[in-house]
Write a protein of this length. Sequence first.
Length: 352
Amino acid sequence: MDGFVHQGQITKVVFGSGTRLRIGQEVAALGCGRAVVLSTPGQAAQAAAVQGTLGGMAAGAFAEAAMHTPLHVTRRALRFVAAQQSDCLVSVGGGSAIGLGKAVSLRTGLPHIALPTTYAGSEMSPILGETDGERKTTRRLPEVRLRTVVYDVDLTVTLPPAMAAASGLNALAHAVEALYSQDGDPLAFLMAGEALTALTTHLPGVVERPDDIEARSGALYGAWLAGACLGTVGMALHHKICHVLGGMFALPHAETHAVVLPHVVAFNAPSAPRAMARIGTALSAADPATGLYEFTGRLGVPPLAARTRHARVGHRGGGRPSAGERLLEPPPGGPARRHRDPHPRLARGRTD
Ligand code: NAD
């Protein structure tokens, strides 16, 4: 077996149904008693309900969180938290609310508890992406790790199916890339494999039967594990491509993930046979790229595929090309080439 380094997580995780009702207990367990609740404007009602549960431990709600954690919002939140003399932060929502919690926690040192309501996984990562005007910076900072994460499946049932599919694909991509990450380790591999199995088993149920609590619960379990992967090992080529394309052309997040992931998997396949075998097992697919392509279609994403040219590029030769290969757009100047070098395709780097 190859040597490895594994960094354990410090975050306490509580998972189940109705777990939000023990938020006061978790605040008290941190030695705190004045929590400011953070959310987006769209989840102000959920934040108010959490305030109600906190009772006398609630020090107010700040419902202005926004995508990509704009600094001007963080500054307003900092003033609010100081005015309320808060001693801890409770974020309710997806990556936007949790990102704001991390940004405030970083600048105040206040402990941060999250009640996640999407599958994006930010709650398990030490990654903070912030925007200042047009400029986005993404950092990995151990000090923004959350103290406690309370997963309550009941909070996710309001996530509309299309958003659940989008968010689920975000989680799926974290698990896929953890399987061949440069700094991967055996525990991350196990978590990623289990995340893939849970997400591929349960996301279709979430989309087809939004009230199916078993499906919602299985998907949230997969999202936790995928988030833990994101928080443990670096992401790779897929995330770099999505980051660059998304940023340059303001592409929709889910569709970008859905379109790109099968191609990246097809590209990386020769260099990462163990990862490919695990993806194939989760999807019961002989070809992981084709399996992923078909899976994203089953979730109702990606409409972009219909517009993609059927180009026979990078094909391994002989027989029919895989779906991933058929859909791969040739870059300007000629068809994509399949590298035979065992290393370069697993692009290094970290991103959210
Ligand atoms: P989000 O938090 O922006 O939520 C999207 C919308 O859905 C919001 O309007 C929100 O109010 C609503 N919503 C969320 N949960 C809901 C629910 N259960 N019911 C009804 N509405 C709900 O979306 P996201 O995809 O979770 O997060 C995206 C942001 O998180 C981006 O800024 C991204 O960069 C960041 N992110 C960070 C990390 C990290 O590790 N730092 C990881 C993933 C994403």
